[in-house]
Design a protein around this ligand. Structure first.
Ligand code: BDR
Ligand code: CA
Length: 309
């Protein structure tokens, strides 16, 4: 039985990798894709989601979400992903359109109607999911788990302390982390182990199909900041770690711990705080990925991209 999932994303180059992997897999049943502001504005992230789906010939319905954080200024990551969030000229403009229902209402209706628990996969700011939990707290009982990319057990990328998705909306992050729902977190501490090096990019090209070439180009587009700012050997494929874990959990080592977000403005605003010894004696519902098998990840990625166009 495929795992029913809803993907909440802000494409975004690495979000696009996630979408392609999930679409290619027979083990996942994507009930809907909800979009968030984040890497760029909501109009662009929704447009990019539709572009990827149309290009891959996938008909999953897309729902537009909230266009800003619950509180605070709008930030973006266009320095990584380009002005439109996904500079991939081969993937043309979309031919389909988003559904008229809002993402938050779609999540609530789908979750309240389901008989089988649904997994939420989040790869952008957590605003849509936080809002859904606030509007209809009973959805928690229908969520199998929330698999999200965000936070970090060590340093940040959008401030010295905070990771981008969490920093976009720390309050939403805290609402989600507080919820009594099993969660698995893919923070920078583990996604920075999954680097698209020149060798890995070449292996994608060698697949010989459109996807291999286009996703190789996207990884290269994404790598400038990683090389210049962090001295990495290529771009970090953050978001697809979530899908990789759903398909092959053995690729990651995890540890259960209490996670909260710093919501006091200051140097550490948006930083995730990891109580590995449970010193605060608060409920623990998050499993944090600590180690990734990067070779295994890229093998999985190739095995999925080869199935697409
Ligand atoms: C996260 O921020 C975005 O730029 C990426 O898509 C990823 O979700 C990494 O911090
Ligand atoms: Ca993202």
């Amino acid at each position: 039985m495929p795992i029913p999932i809803i993907m909440d994303c802000d494409p975004g180059i690495d979000d696009a990798f996630s979408l392609a992997m999930a679409i290619a897999s027979d083990e996942l049943d994507i009930l809907g894709i909800t979009t968030s502001y984040g890497n760029v504005g909501l109009e662009h992230t929704t447009n990019n989601t539709l572009r990827v789906l149309d290009w891959l010939g996938d008909k999953t319905p897309v729902y537009k979400g909230i266009d800003r954080a619950l509180l605070g200024p709008v930030v973006d990551a266009s320095e990584y992903h380009g002005a439109t969030g996904m500079e991939a000229p081969e993937i043309g403009p979309p031919t389909s359109v988003a559904q008229s229902q809002n993402a938050v209402m779609f999540m609530i209706e789908t979750l309240m109607a389901t008989r089988q628990k649904i997994t939420l996969v989040a790869s952008g700011p957590l605003t849509n999911i936080a809002m859904a939990l606030r509007l209809e707290p009973r959805i928690a009982q229908h969520i199998e788990r929330i698999v999200f990319m965000g936070g970090s057990t060590d340093y940040g990328n959008d401030s010295p302390a905070a990771e981008f998705n969490m920093l976009c909306d720390p309050y939403a992050g805290q609402i989600v982390l507080d919820a009594d729902i099993p969660k698995i977190m893919f923070g920078l501490n583990v996604t920075h182990q999954v680097i698209a090096t020149a060798e890995e990019v070449q292996r994608l090209r060698d697949l010989g199909n459109d996807c291999g070439r286009v996703f190789a180009d996207m990884a290269v587009y994404f790598e400038t900041v990683y090389k210049e700012t962090y001295g990495f050997g290529g771009s970090a494929l953050h978001d697809p770690c979530t899908i990789a874990w759903l398909l092959a959990p053995e690729l990651f080592e995890t540890r259960d711990m209490r996670v909260d977000v710093e919501t006091t403005e200051g140097l550490s605003f948006g930083r995730t705080v990891h109580d590995i010894w449970n010193i605060a004696k608060k409920p623990v519902h998050t499993s944090v990925a600590l180690k990734a098998d990067a070779d295994g990840f890229f093998e999985l990625l190739r095995s999925l991209l080869i199935k697409l166009r």
